[in-house]
Design a protein around this ligand. Structure first.
Ligand code: IMP
Ligand code: MG
Length: 171
């Protein structure tokens, strides 16, 4: 196993996620929201974020494949699981672990907008801005990070390390 370096501790993550939750609660004050998590990487972020949002909220999940165990994005996005309910007229917050090239998020944004939601927002725990190939931004970003491969807090390398409580860099 390679030596992992901690980039964000569980305490730093918890504090930032709480801030994002407060921001979302303020922005949608009094309105219901649907949190749509992108499996599997965003599952832990969504579960923590949801508990920091003081709004009437429901969950849905979507699954796409883009990496296939590799560190490099193939550029191909394939829908493996769609949302269970219509997003029409709802306040949708797409919850993603990392915004990297933006290919996945652009594809998902188009898909959700086709449902005609009332509002559409993106919450990304991490943002690798320097890697962007598509012009897309998150409305709520946890941390901006350099071009390094990270694992933990839901994120994997070949399906491993998702259960690490801290976010770590794979050297
Ligand atoms: P994009 O389509 O290039 O923006 O890729 C986004 C997806 O790639 C994210 O949802 C992650 O699942 C995955 N990804 C990108 N960078 C990393 C990383 O450093 N660690 C783990 N997964 C990553
Ligand atoms: Mg992902």
């Amino acid at each position: 196993m390679p030596e992992l370096r901690v980039l964000f501790t569980r305490e730093q993550i918890a504090a930032r996620v709480a801030e994002l939750g407060r921001q979302i609660s303020r922005d949608f004050a009094g309105e219901p929201v649907v949190l749509v998590g992108v499996l599997k990487g965003a599952a832990i972020f969504l579960s923590d974020l949801a508990r920091q949002i003081e709004l009437d909220s429901t969950f849905d999940f979507i699954s796409v494949s883009s990496y296939g165990g590799e560190k490099q994005n193939s550029g191909e996005v394939k829908l493996l699981k769609d949302v269970d309910q219509s997003m029409e007229g709802k306040n949708v917050i797409l919850v993603e672990d990392i915004l990297d090239t933006g290919l996945t998020m652009c594809y998902l944004k188009k898909m959700v907008l086709a449902h005609r939601p009332k509002a559409f927002r993106i919450a990304a725990l991490l943002d690798k801005k320097c890697r962007r190939l598509q012009p897309i931004q998150a409305d709520y970003t946890g941390f901006e990070i350099p071009d390094e491969f990270v694992v933990g807090y839901g994120m994997d390398h070949a399906e491993r390390y998702r259960n690490l409580p801290d976010i770590c860099v794979v050297p």
